[in-house]
Design a protein around this ligand. Structure first.
Ligand SMILES: [Zn+2]
Ligand SMILES: [Zn+2]
Length: 360
């Protein structure tokens, strides 16, 4: 049996670079992708070095943010062919449950698993997926940028479920990868005034370069600054993307009367509200909307082609901490533990893939 190199997830602090069987086409609807680039998501760091480890009966290559070139397709595949540059929508859905049939594919519980968690993912030389999970990249999108398609769809989905109207004042709370992408997606929709909040001066400087009109450092007196900047009106739309207790709570404070607050960030710690803090939701009569991943009907949803068209306009420079060979992931995880990362870890799985368009 021929083998490929893959990073297989076994559990907390247990990621292994090892041999994995080469995927083979077994049904007419399958597509094999030669992976070029694969990013590391915050959720993956949480699973590997944080407290979000998950038990898996059958360990498989991890990774759900990736792009590459189609290597081989099953006999019934019609939308892509060998040589096409593609990315992957990693969720799988049943298509027939009540949620799937009622425009809630993102909530389908009959899933076969998530590609890169339970199903073999993109931290490997090759990855086999179903045709419906393959998203063709436009001609002007490289496979390097294509590895950002999945996180960009998360931002696009947040704008979509929040029924974003760009005319008001917008706040982005948390400027990590998803925050920076949400900022840029909002600007691309014509946002007239966006304020970025983060505790890192570096992240805020980058947000400014990306087009944020104002930035506020949350280690300072952010309440007073927000108040002053908005004349006490606060923000019409707030996108929370940090997932930290601080950002989850600050987002409520920053949303103005009858404003919309979209929670995109996945919480990773306990969040405790005082009655007065929680009461702001009542007092200001806020619209609060959760946003989960990036899927809508028909699967995988309009988020995917929308994000693919948006990608060439997205500034990725400054968002990548390093581009590394897969075997260097362990050093990068060490830096993640020590909180020395400034941006995404990107793995280059094919040394023949076009290099990144900027130094990183
Ligand atoms: Zn992710
Ligand atoms: Zn379903």
């Amino acid at each position: 049996m021929s083998i490929i190199k893959a990073l297989v997830y076994y559990g907390k602090e247990d990621l292994r670079l090892e041999d994995f069987p080469t995927p083979r086409i077994e049904s007419g609807t399958e597509v094999i992708i030669k992976v070029h680039y694969a990013g590391v998501c915050g959720s993956e760091l949480a699973r590997i070095i944080g407290d979000a480890a998950i038990p898996l009966e059958h360990p498989v290559p991890h990774g759900h943010e990736f792009a590459g070139v189609v290597q081989e397709v099953g006999s019934r595949v019609t939308t892509v062919r060998p040589g096409d540059r593609v990315a992957v929508a990693p969720k799988t859905v049943c298509g027939i449950c009540e949620d799937c049939r009622n425009d809630r594919v993102g909530q389908c519980a009959n899933t076969r698993g998530f590609i890169g968690v339970k199903l073999p993912g993109g931290w490997a030389e090759y990855c086999k997926v179903e045709e419906q999970n393959v998203v063709k990249l436009p001609d002007n999108v490289s496979t390097f940028a294509g590895a950002f398609l999945e996180p960009l769809t998360v931002a696009v989905h947040g704008l979509r479920v929040g029924e974003y109207t760009p005319g008001g004042r917008t706040a982005i709370v948390g400027c990590g990868t998803i925050g920076a992408l949400t900022l840029q997606a909002a600007l691309a929709q014509g946002a007239s005034e966006v304020t970025a909040f983060d505790s890192s001066g570096r992240a805020l400087a980058l947000a400014k370069e990306m087009g944020a009109h104002f930035t506020v450092c949350t280690t300072g007196d952010w309440r007073a600054q927000a108040w002053e900047q908005t004349g006490g009106r606060l923000y019409d739309t707030v996108f929370e993307t940090g997932g930290a207790a601080f950002t989850e709570k600050a987002a409520i404070e920053l949303t103005g009367a009858h404003g919309t607050l979209v929670y995109i960030g996945t919480p990773f710690s306990q969040i405790v509200f005082s009655p007065q803090e929680f009461e702001q939701i009542n007092r200001k009569e806020l619209w609060i909307r959760g946003s989960w991943q990036s899927y809508s009907t028909p699967f995988p949803g309009a988020e995917w082609p929308t994000a693919a068209r948006l990608l060439p306009k997205i500034r990725l420079e400054g968002m990548v901490d390093r581009v590394i060979a897969p075997e260097k992931i362990f050093d990068a995880l060490e830096d993640a533990r020590a909180k020395r990362l400034h941006g995404k870890i990107m793995m280059r799985w094919d040394t023949a893939a076009d290099p990144p368009p900027f130094a990183c």
